[in-house]
Design a protein around this ligand. Structure first.
Ligand SMILES: NC(=O)c1ccc[n+]([C@@H]2O[C@H](COP(=O)([O-])OP(=O)(O)OC[C@H]3O[C@@H](n4cnc5c(N)ncnc54)[C@H](O)[C@@H]3O)[C@@H](O)[C@H]2O)c1
Length: 328
């Protein structure tokens, strides 16, 4: 099948592009490169340097490349920035997704895979979190993702759009051969920041709160390898044949790790201490976030291949030591 990967020059999208090739499909990438990296896209993959809301270009791509399924990874994802500049987030994440979906409806391309987030749950009442848990985002980033989910549901009902929505927990890791990996600026995720601090190429890593009601006092989070995320998306391809299908899946390993565990694992791999700064808790950080991914396991037959945090972190480590300046 011909798969349009919007945001395919970014972290999750570029890994997904490679997995799509591996699964025997034909990817086409569209990205405006505001955050992504052209080098992250394999040279043989057709690449369109365009905004996803450029309806003329998207229309051309859908027709010319005979697209069967659109995968949408393109979004702004920095929670703090979404709080200080919500207009930017509603425009890029919601208004532009609306423009994209409008073009798809007009071109009768009705299969869609959307990257959502555990941030739609806000502060969960029960752990692990199932897809039936109440959605109550506590920041504009999470709200924009939930708004997109609601838009997708309306289009399923009104126009027969068939979608799979994936709510990722903490995406992490890198391609095993070290060719691509996480390269955000600024980087807000723990694993790349802690590895780079350990390597001495980034400031000490911040630990926000060591007095949580968890075994070692630091927050517990569910880390899932980016290639495992990609494989779940591909497993959904043949679930979208019935018009109006609407699937929602959590993606996580279901076994959370604490901040200290992540830092200690990096130290075990490197043999060196990681410089850290211990600060007070941040508002809105729950003690634990952990996915119940039973739905993906049963309906998509999905199993994370990477279920060991040390192996996951080793893949990220390989990327960072071989690319200390990211894609530059
Ligand atoms: N990384 C995570 O831990 C995580 C967790 C939960 C959900 N997600 C979701 O996964 C998706 C991908 O995240 P990521 O970490 O790969 O982000 P990323 O910033 O690495 O990649 C996003 C890509 O989209 C492109 N883009 C952004 N706006 C665009 C636009 N208007 N038109 C065209 N291209 C545009 C960027 O240039 C970039 O290449 C996002 O939707 C995010 O909300 C990520």
């Amino acid at each position: 099948m011909n798969i349009l990967i919007i945001g395919g020059a970014g972290y999750v999208g570029s890994h997904c592009t490679r997995q799509v090739i591996k699964a025997g499909h034909r990817p086409v990438v569209l990205d405006n490169l505001v955050l992504g990296h052209r080098q992250a896209v394999p040279p043989q993959v057709p690449f369109y340097h365009s905004d996803l809301a450029d309806q003329a270009t998207v229309r051309h791509v859908l027709r010319h490349e005979k697209i069967d399924i659109v995968m949408h990874f393109a979004a702004f994802t920095n929670v703090g920035e979404s709080v200080s500049n919500p207009v930017l987030y509603y425009k890029n994440n919601v208004a532009k997704t609306l423009a994209l979906l409008e073009t798809m409806m007009e071109e009768n391309v009705l299969k869609f895979i959307f990257s959502s987030t555990a941030a739609v749950y806000g502060i969960p009442q029960t752990i692990p979190i199932t897809e039936a848990a109440p959605t109550a985002p506590i920041n504009p980033y999470g709200q924009t993702k939930l708004d997109c989910e609601n838009l997708i549901a309306s289009l399923a009902h009104a126009h027969g759009l068939s979608s799979a929505i994936f709510r990722y927990f903490n995406a992490c890791g890198a391609a095993e051969n070290g060719s691509i990996g996480e390269a955000h600026t600024p980087e807000t995720h723990l694993i790349p920041n802690a590895i780079r601090a350990n390597l001495g190429i980034a400031p000490p890593v911040n630990i926000y709160g060591t007095d949580y009601p968890t075994p070692d006092g630091t927050c517990l989070r569910d880390y899932v390898h980016v290639d495992d995320l990609a494989r779940a998306h591909i497993a959904a391809f043949d679930k979208l044949d019935r018009p109006g299908t609407l699937l929602r899946f959590n993606l996580g390993n279901g076994r959370p790790n604490s901040i200290y565990e992540i830092i200690q694992t990096i130290e075990k791999i490197s043999g060196k201490k990681t410089p850290v700064i211990v600060s007070a808790r941040r508002p809105g950080d729950p003690p634990e976030l952990c996915a119940d991914a039973t739905a993906a396991r049963t309906q998509l037959n999905w199993r994370p291949c990477y279920d060991n945090i040390e192996i996951i972190i080793k893949t990220a480590w390989t990327w960072h030591i071989s690319h200390p300046n990211g894609f530059c």
